[in-house]
Write a protein that binds this ligand. Structure first.
Ligand code: AMP
Ligand code: MN
Ligand code: MN
Ligand code: MN
Length: 291
């Protein structure tokens, strides 16, 4: 059986809507054999995901999606195959979650000043109570019929210059890659097509990223079309970066995006999983053995 991979997904540990266990079960049902759980700035869902994967046919890749500020913009860097017990990684992620907590309260205050009361409490109630992201605010505002859907909320309230937007400083690119490497992981630039960078700037980003020890870019992403995938495949080859593939799944509320339905990597790309033990036929407990 050909492996089916999805190396970018979210659970209720950040802004996904499925618990880590439910996410793994859904991935197994979708035929996925290798799943990375990559929550924003936290690894708190991984223990549950690993346990659920042990009881299924899924190989779980421990991951994270780190928020980074680079040249005044927010970027996301995925860490794959990392050790969540690593102190350097955890210390770094903790600083980002501290900023998130303050930002969530500040977003609530700004929205209140704008006339929308109770947004902080509402967003918090839709989260796991500790990690509150803009997506939780978006879901709350949609539930209050203040916007048509989450995309509409972002456009009207939560992006640069809009009433609920709070600017801030995330990790530096160097720190994010450093934390991932400290934890023995591989750093990957997530969904590069989403940053609205010129090719020149994107190449500069990839150059700096590689200098810091980054190794891959997400060539296939659930959030882009075939033209971007083709373009990013060429860039990965040119820039000598490994190619990753992930849906950026956040839950069944977005039915247009499902687990396990990613297109294959463009020809000539070296997959980031090319030397992963789980892809080299390394033995693991098969379902037959488990019963
Ligand atoms: P945060 O890290 O809390 O600032 O939130 C970023 C998350 O918000 C992303 O990972 C997406 O899940 C979501 N997001 C960002 N932009 C949009 C958008 N335009 N429409 C819907 N969701 C978005
Ligand atoms: Mn998200
Ligand atoms: Mn992202
Ligand atoms: Mn993501």
């Amino acid at each position: 059986m050909d492996p089916i991979l999805d190396l970018h997904t979210h659970s209720t540990a950040s802004d996904g809507t499925l618990t880590p266990q439910a996410l793994v079960r859904r991935a197994a049902a979708a035929g996925i054999t290798v799943l990375a759980v990559t929550d924003h700035d936290t690894t708190s869902g991984l223990a549950e995901a690993v346990a659920a994967a042990r009881a299924s046919s899924v190989t779980l890749v421990p991951g994270v999606e780190i928020s980074v500020t680079w040249c005044g913009r927010t970027l996301h860097v995925l860490g794959l195959n990392l050790d969540p017990g690593n102190r350097v990684l955890q210390k770094g992620l903790a600083t980002l979650r501290e900023f998130r907590s303050w930002r969530a309260e500040e977003m609530g205050r700004r929205l209140a000043r704008y006339g929308i009361q109770g947004a902080y409490q509402g967003a918090k109630a839709l989260s796991n109570g500790t990690l509150i992201g803009r997506t939780h605010f978006a879901r709350f505002l949609v539930s209050r019929r203040l916007a048509a859907d989450t995309r509409d909320v972002f456009r009207r309230y939560l992006t640069n210059g809009k009433p609920g937007h709070v600017a801030g400083q995330w990790a530096t690119l160097e720190d994010a890659v450093g934390w991932i490497r400290s934890a023995g992981g591989q750093a990957v630039i997530a969904h590069p097509a989403r940053y609205d960078l010129t090719l020149t700037r994107l190449k500069r980003l990839l150059g700096e990223f590689r200098e810091h020890g980054g190794v891959g870019i997400e060539v296939v992403s659930g959030s882009q079309g075939p033209d971007d995938t083709f373009r990013l495949g060429r860039l990965a080859r040119e820039q000598r970066l490994l190619a990753s593939a992930g849906s950026d799944y956040h839950g069944p509320e977005s039915p247009w995006l499902e687990l396990g339905r990613l297109p294959v990597l463009p020809g000539g790309c070296t997959p980031i999983w090319h030397d992963w033990p789980c892809m080299l036929g390394e033995p693991r407990l098969s379902r037959a053995v488990v019963g």
